[in-house]
Design a protein around this ligand. Structure first.
Ligand code: ADP
Length: 257
């Protein structure tokens, strides 16, 4: 469970996020929407521990990301997947090499990597592109490669920032179907998009930001959405992260970090 309490973020004199509070439960699919400049990317960066808030807390199962030592934060980040706005692929590498990368960094054996990469490429309908350079892909294929790389290590949470930004309607639909499929398999998803049509297609919970504040938290899409229940206090004080390299569970309690 991810809980944001009274989070604010300031860049210079620009207050980008102001008093943001909500919670994301396991297996939820949440769309963060709002116009360009509303603070969606900044909010995502805070949720993945890539940026620090100036006030408030961002906690996973009761543990504040801001107080985690860097090594533990790194373990947390290995348990999530992120699709960046510009995909951040390794452009001079093949699709298969891009997707294999997180597993290589985590030290997985070659045969495990080969099997898992094949599986994910099939799931993302990229098998025929396995040996194509990332810079030679279509927009939709780039997006699907970025998603494949983000899920290859079976993350518990997947964050995506405008993943359909420059795609045509056909490619957009394919990417949205893949997110639905990933969600069905049990992954929590947080997707930021300024496109209301996408939010309505997905019919999920929608948090709308305007000028750095939440103006609406509803379920069932945007246009016909109904009000969602307010975020509750965190109930878990302990957090367990699986350290794949050491093959053990790392227990963190709020009081000892
Ligand atoms: P959105 O994703 O909704 O378009 P962003 O989170 O990208 O919004 O940006 C919100 C505001 O924060 C904008 O005014 C933007 O210029 C500012 N901003 C975002 N990142 C930075 C940064 N690293 N430094 C300074 N200002 C930033």
């Amino acid at each position: 469970m991810l809980v944001l309490k009274n989070v604010s973020k300031v860049y210079g004199r620009n207050k980008v996020l102001n008093g943001i509070s909500f919670r994301v439960d396991p297996k939820e699919f949440v769309c963060i929407t709002g116009p360009s400049g509303a603070g969606k990317s900044t909010l995502l960066h805070l949720m993945i521990g890539a940026e620090l808030a100036n006030a408030g807390s961002v906690a996973v199962d009761g543990v504040d990301l801001h107080v985690l030592p860097p090594t533990i934060l790194q373990l947390f980040r290995r348990r999530i997947g992120v699709v960046f706005q510009d995909f951040k692929l390794l452009w001079e590498r093949t699709v298969a090499e891009n997707v294999a990368f997180p597993l290589e960094v985590a030290g997985a054996p070659d045969d495990v990597i080969e099997k898992r990469v094949k599986e994910v490429l099939k799931e993302m309908r990229l098998t025929r592109r396995a040996h194509t350079m990332a810079n030679a892909l279509s927009g939709g294929e780039k997006a699907r490669t970025a998603i494949a790389r983000a899920i290859v290590h079976k993350p518990i949470m997947l964050f995506a920032d405008e993943p359909t930004g420059n795609l045509d309607p056909g490619q957009t639909q394919m990417v949205l179907d893949l997110f639905k499929q990933i969600h069905k398999q049990g992954t929590t998803i947080v997707l930021a998009t300024h496109e209301v049509d996408i939010v309505d297609t997905l019919q999920t919970r929608v948090i709308r930001l305007e000028d750095g504040a939440i103006v609406r938290d509803s379920i069932g899409g945007y246009r016909k959405g109904k009000s969602a229940s307010q975020a509750k206090e965190p109930t878990h004080a302990k957090h367990e992260i699986f350290d794949e390299e050491q093959e053990r569970k790392v227990k963190i309690t709020a009081k000892n970090v």
